[in-house]
Ligand binder design. Structure first.
Ligand code: ATP
Ligand code: MG
Length: 421
């Protein structure tokens, strides 16, 4: 680092604290078959998965995959059956060995670890939740939840105390002495989750954890999981087939197609700018109302009034701008509400000393506001109940923009982007 330039140092550390890289995958190939290494050569990199299989008999699981994941990120892997999702998640923990490429976890190149070091590293860093729960049928719920801690050699008292705490986190206190087959699918899934969480892993790998659940329970698990994640703030890598689940949970989504990454992006990017026809097909039923945020379509208010302005000034500003009303903010930019010509005229006609110097509170109507990450779907109720654009509030309650009703409906219109009416 450049010691002579404190600015460089400051900027570098600010960036690293913002997005500390936990997982980095570079040029990862996994080919199943006899001559797997040969397949990763240039000769085959342009060939499709299907052609490679027909020509050589080898099956491409992953083809030159690269990406990285930051600390605390909720990273989703999606794709059709056979696209390589499980292969990818299993490579990260080296349950499967990569054919070529590099996987770095917390700066450690795990492709190079010895078997012993790998076991230690896995135990310390990862928790894994499998699709079919992976519970041991002859152990009680409590023993199942404590299993990872037992393997790590924790004293029994500590094992149980910790396991109980996480059973409680997932809403299962009272069930510790039952056996897995006495629990519903959703409850078994929670035991699996408690077991993974009890180890306090830095990274949680979840391969279609909710896919065995019926839709109602599944939604409930998703909501609870969002709450749990709010508290624990883990780095999560989560495989799913279900687009609505991905959009709901993910910070970013990687879409796999025949072992290659078709697109990586935020839910909003994936839905609004799909990279190709494969991604397009995935997201065609997704409603932008569920992913597009107020922050991304807000605009600056055309006219803004300041609380210290007199009502006459405010009135002339509105009239000059041919507006019937505008938002009012104070010195710090904090939104106080909205006022309009009628209200201003009323206080001008009935002057009380204090009221004529500045826009009086009685001229301001308090109105609902939203934050930058509110999704459009949650704006509908507000739009229908008030005639103003919706104010968007940022840090310290400051007004950062407004969302106009027209822009909401334009964004969610299925014909958006069409040039002809
Ligand atoms: N042990 C294996 N031997 C040979 N081929 C395999 C093996 N495991 C996976 N594959 C192949 O690798 C590709 C990716 O499989 P993978 O299990 O990663 O898919 P997936 O995206 O998890 O699918 P699903 O949604 O059905 O779970 C598939 O074409 C599959 O046939
Ligand atoms: Mg799979």
């Amino acid at each position: 680092m450049d010691q002579g330039n404190p600015l460089v140092e400051e900027t570098a550390s600010a960036v690293s604290s913002l997005s500390e890289e936990v997982v980095r995958v570079e040029g990862l190939w996994k080919v199943y078959g006899r001559e797997s290494k040969r397949i990763t050569s240039d000769k085959y990199s342009q060939m499709s998965k299907d052609d490679i299989r027909k020509k050589t008999g080898n099956i491409v699981g992953l083809k030159d995959v690269s990406f990285s994941i930051s600390k605390g990120e909720f990273f989703i892997i999606m794709g059709l059956s056979g696209s390589g999702k499980s292969t990818l998640i299993r490579n990260l923990i080296r349950l499967i060995r990569p054919t070529t490429g590099r996987i770095t976890i917390n700066g450690v190149n795990i492709t190079k670890l010895s078997e012993n070091d790998l076991l230690e590293f896995r135990k310390k860093t990862f928790g894994m939740v499998f699709q079919n729960y992976g519970l041991l049928p002859h152990l009680t719920v409590l023993d199942n939840a404590a299993y990872g801690l037992k393997v790590r050699g924790l004293p029994k008292g500590k094992q149980y105390a910790k396991a109980m705490r996480f059973l409680e986190t997932v809403g299962l206190s009272g069930w510790e002495d039952y056996y897995p087959n006495e629990l519903s699918g959703g409850m078994q899934q929670r035991v699996g989750l408690a077991r993974a969480l009890a180890n306090d892993p830095e990274i949680l790998l979840m391969d279609e954890p909710f896919s065995g659940l019926d839709p109602l329970i599944r939604r409930q698990m998703q909501d609870e999981f969002i709450e749990i994640q709010d508290k624990l703030n883990k780095t999560i890598i989560f495989v799913t087939h279900d687009l609505s689940e991905a959009l709901k949970l993910g910070d970013r989504i990687a879409i796999l197609h025949d072992g290659e990454i078709a697109q990586i992006g935020t839910p909003e990017e994936i839905v609004t700018v799909p990279a190709d026809s494969y991604v397009q097909e995935f997201v065609q039923d997704a409603s932008p109302a569920k992913v597009v945020t107020a922050g991304s379509i807000m605009v600056e208010p055309e006219v803004l009034l300041y609380s210290w302005e007199g009502p006459r000034t405010a009135l002339s500003i509105l009239k000059n701008a041919r507006r019937s009303g505008a938002f009012v903010v104070d010195k710090k930019g904090i939104l106080l509400g909205v006022t309009n010509i009628n209200r201003l005229e009323r206080i001008i006609e009935n002057p009380v000393e204090s009221q004529t110097k500045r826009i009086d509170a009685s001229a301001i109507t308090k109105i609902p506001s939203v934050s930058e990450d509110t999704i459009l779907e949650d704006l509908f109720g507000i739009v229908s109940a008030n005639p103003y654009p919706i104010p968007v509030i940022g840090e310290n309650r400051r007004l950062v923009g407004v969302v106009r009703t027209d822009d909401i409906f334009e964004t969610i219109s299925p014909n958006r982007g069409d040039q002809n009416d």
